[in-house]
Design a protein around this ligand. Structure first.
Ligand code: PMP
Length: 425
């Protein structure tokens, strides 16, 4: 038995599915998952020493590349000064200042430990602020595993085709109104019907969790207009897009300012970190300033703070966005050429350094069209790539990511490996 298989059999004995997060089990693509030993730059190695060019990038956070020396140094230096204080540290104040300066919609920010917590807390605050209960979300968007938002979720919920999830009371689910992404008409109708009771609309301004799906012209504008008209709050879940699409996130790139923003992933540079923030009068409703309670023993953790500060400092200094875009286009164009040569129907949705290869001949603009993809074909593609040493997300309904550590040479090397993988299909 290989070391990987041996470890995974022990993992399955002591952990549900052998994993700490469902999609890591590679269930929808078949075969044992890889177990990772280490990562450096754009490469990752499993416990058997096999090398992969990494386009998973830890599902988004690793925008500088793995084990970036400046981030590692900052974390090591802080570790010697203590791992957690349970009290305020100066790094929180530095990072909060940076976030407020970079993200237009944020006057004040509260740090938490994950994207799920950020979204969960933002929804509570929206309800507390407006005194209303309904939440509008979009099919195929994933906002973490918070009860109210698992309804018609993307990511792992989409991968496993789970309509809702056991353990979420119907009474909770009923307060979530689910609409198709990019359907402005459905949104207007919903506001006509429930507008006075809608606390907030939450969405990924660029979706990553049904695979990458871009907002159509006017979709975000209509949402902003409707939320304003009915005094509901607009929440952008920028857990993926924050600091990835630009320093100011998707909201800067697309020119729409939400009332609140959720952050995670890149913000922590690979350490557990999330945040939610927004206009001052909204954020002042958070405890201890206001009546909406939210807390955390490890919140503002100094290791996460210094990793986040260093990551943002490098992004501000290097401004890698044009480079990342060019590199990502080179990869996605190259893959498209290879698939076309093989006569494999596909669509690629890309923005900046994130993209998805959908195995469908339809334009993908919402969850329904994403689901027209041939997931069996995706599974074969995934395993062939893995075998050639190219790691991509183990699901059709996820985004591939690039980092600053990927070079043109790495992309050309990856395209060679993908070509070889395709010849075996
Ligand atoms: N929101 C979005 C848009 C996400 O992509 C994710 C995670 N993939 C989350 C929220 C939840 O974040 P976490 O996994 O850190 O709880």
């Amino acid at each position: 038995m290989s070391k990987n298989a041996e470890l995974f059999s022990i993992a399955k004995r002591y952990m549900p599915g052998g994993v700490s997060s469902p999609v890591r089990a590679f269930k929808s693509v078949g075969g044992d998952p890889i177990i990772v030993e280490r990562a450096q730059g754009c490469k990752i190695w499993d416990v058997e020493g096999k090398e992969y060019i990494d386009f998973l990038c830890s599902w988004g956070p690793i925008i500088l590349g793995h084990a970036h020396p400046e981030v590692v140094q900052a974390v090591c230096e802080q570790a010697h000064k203590g791992l957690s204080y349970g009290l305020t540290n100066p790094h929180e104040i530095t990072l909060a200042t940076m976030v407020a300066n970079l993200v237009q919609s944020i006057d004040k920010v509260r740090f938490v430990s994950s994207g799920t917590e950020a979204v969960m807390s933002a929804i509570r605050l929206a309800r507390g602020y407006t005194g209303r209960n309904y939440v509008v979300k979009f099919e195929g968007c994933y906002h973490g595993h918070y009860d109210s938002l698992l309804v018609s979720g993307g990511s792992g919920v989409a991968t496993f085709g789970i309509p809702g999830t056991a353990g979420v009371p119907e009474e909770m689910a009923k307060l979530t109104l689910v609409l198709p992404y990019n359907d402005s008409h459905a949104l207007i109708e919903t506001f006509e019907k429930y507008g006075e009771d809608i606390a907030c609309v939450i969405l990924e301004p660029v979706a990553g969790n049904m695979g990458v799906v871009l907002p159509e012209e006017d979709f975000l504008k209509v949402i902003a207009e409707q939320t304003k008209k009915y005094a509901s709050l607009l929440i952008f879940d920028e857990v993926i897009t924050g600091f990835r699409l630009s320093l100011g996130g998707a909201q800067e790139l697309l020119g729409i300012k939400p009332d609140m923003t959720c952050l995670g992933k890149v913000l922590g540079g690979g350490m557990p970190l999330g945040a939610y923030g927004g206009k001052e009068d909204i954020m002042n409703k958070v405890s201890p300033e206001g009546p909406v309670y939210q807390a955390g023993t490890l919140s503002g953790n100094p290791l996460s703070m210094v990793a986040g500060i260093k990551t943002l400092e490098v992004l501000i200094r290097e401004k890698p966005y044009a480079y990342l875009e060019e590199l990502t286009q080179r990869l996605s164009d190259g893959i498209s050429d290879l698939l076309r040569e093989k006569g494999i129907p596909h669509r690629i949705n890309r923005i900046g350094s994130m993209f998805t290869v959908f195995f469908t001949d339809q334009e993908v603009k919402d969850f329904q069209s994403a689901k027209s993809s041939d997931t069996q074909m995706f599974a074969r593609f995934f395993r062939a790539l893995l075998s050639e040493g190219v790691l991509i997300p183990p699901s059709q309904f996820e985004a591939w990511f690039l980092s600053m550590a990927h070079t043109q040479e790495d992309i050309d090397n990856a395209l060679e490996r993908i070509k070889k993988a395709l010849s075996s299909l």
